[in-house]
Design a protein around this ligand. Structure first.
Ligand SMILES: NC(=O)c1ccc[n+]([C@@H]2O[C@H](COP(=O)([O-])OP(=O)(O)OC[C@H]3O[C@@H](n4cnc5c(N)ncnc54)[C@H](OP(=O)(O)O)[C@@H]3O)[C@@H](O)[C@H]2O)c1
Length: 361
């Protein structure tokens, strides 16, 4: 039995660390290469990285030497947690060189031939890879993105409501500090404060959500035809992005029908059986003051989205709150789930997996 070697780009940052943590004991993938900036390259991981997660790095990680971004990689599968400027060209180069790249960076997310994949929402978008490979002449390589971390609770909670016709959306986020990476926002700005501006995120909320909820038309993604208005704020919470969502639906389902849609929602096979998939991706919390970041971000090992406070909205019809863990479901956990789906769908050459398999034979 062998596992597939993976490289992590931006391995020393907040998302890179979450990749390392989530890949410890992963049944199919193992961390083989850790890549940082020129600040870290050549140092041991222990010297280069300030570990910001609970506990310590998994055994064997701290003594590894961090590689440089411009060096060739050995690993067939690459998880990218690079800032967008560093990601833009390098991710495309690596895909062209035959690597399957799963990225968290925003640089290439909205390219026409790059799937913005969230398996419980749009697993069928994975087949855009065939179009990407044909169009770019890539053999074996691919580039697949996951969305901005604040978009995640929005599209997760709206997917079961799409059948009612989503006409308009009004979104107000309360985003955790880890969403800005490390060291992120200064404590002098963040303690005893709320910052009503998160650079770039409002545009991403308004565009990425529609691409993700869009349909795959065989050679392109047709974005959902809805209107979105987003306001993004940063709040003094460590992990977990909460979004207050108001939605105008073409149909008028009862509140109890919507809650039932959320509680019973599951993606089609094979998604629920992928190693990192939670049993159910959504939970509806009946308590009037939930979801809350501190209490609910770890639901389903950080992979569930928690929803609450569904009520009538005198402006748009319905309103509710949705919460996801930003570095697990909103970043590293989603990328790993995307790679698992690609392995099952045969998009990682030489590594065709079947759900339920312990490791590649
Ligand atoms: N934080 C979240 O919740 C979240 C969620 C979804 C998506 N994202 C996206 O994920 C990416 C990483 O975010 P983060 O929060 O982990 O940021 P971060 O904590 O600032 O980490 C950035 C990482 O990229 C490396 N890096 C910086 N400049 C580089 C360069 N020029 N060449 C090579 N490596 C470079 C850093 O290495 P050194 O330590 O060596 O400098 C570090 O490992 C970003 O694109 C972000 O938008 C973040």
């Amino acid at each position: 039995m062998r596992k597939l070697n993976v490289a992590i780009l931006g391995a020393t940052g907040a998302v890179g660390q979450r990749f390392i943590q989530l890949l410890e004991d992963h049944p199919w993938f193992q961390v083989a290469e850790l890549i940082g900036s020129s600040r870290s390259a050549g140092k041991t991981y222990g010297d280069a990285a300030r570990w910001v997660l609970d506990g310590n790095p998994p055994a064997g990680i701290t003594d590894r030497v961090v590689g440089a971004l411009d060096e060739p990689l050995e690993s067939p599968l690459v998880f990218s947690a690079l800032p967008k400027e560093a990601a833009r060209l390098r991710e495309l180069e690596l895909a062209e060189a035959g690597h399957v790249v799963c990225t968290n960076a925003s640089a290439n997310r909205m390219l026409d031939d790059v799937p913005l994949l969230l398996p419980e929402v749009n697993a069928e978008h994975v087949d855009l890879i065939a179009v990407q490979r044909a169009r770019r002449g890539w053999s074996g390589g691919a580039l697949v993105a996951n969305s901005n971390c604040t978009v995640m609770p929005v599209v997760m909670s709206l997917k079961p409501l799409r059948k009612y016709g989503i006409r308009r959306l009004h979104l107000v986020s309360e985003q955790a500090v880890s969403g800005a990476g490390y060291p992120g926002v200064s404590s002098m700005d963040m303690i005893d404060n709320i910052i009503p501006y998160v650079p770039g995120d409002e545009d991403k909320m308004e565009s990425e959500s529609l691409k993700m909820l869009g349909s795959f038309a065989g050679d392109s993604i047709v974005s959902l035809a809805s209107t979105v208005s987003a306001t993004c704020t940063r709040v003094p919470v460590l992990d977990g992005h909460l979004v207050n969502i108001s939605v105008d639906l073409a149909e008028q389902p009862s509140l109890s029908a919507i809650i039932d849609d959320w509680q019973t929602y599951q993606a089609a096979s094979p998604v629920p059986d992928l190693p990192s998939a939670p049993d159910y991706p959504l939970q509806y919390l009946q308590q009037i003051d939930r979801p809350q970041p501190r209490r609910d971000r770890q639901a389903g090992a950080g992979m569930m989205t928690s929803i609450g406070r569904l009520r009538e909205c005198p402006v748009l019809g319905y309103k509710f709150a949705a919460l996801s863990h930003n570095t697990v479901r909103g970043a590293a956990g989603c990328s790993i789930l995307n790679a698992e789906l690609m392995a099952v769908k045969g998009y990682i050459d030489g590594f065709q997996m079947t759900v339920g398999e312990a490791a590649f034979a």
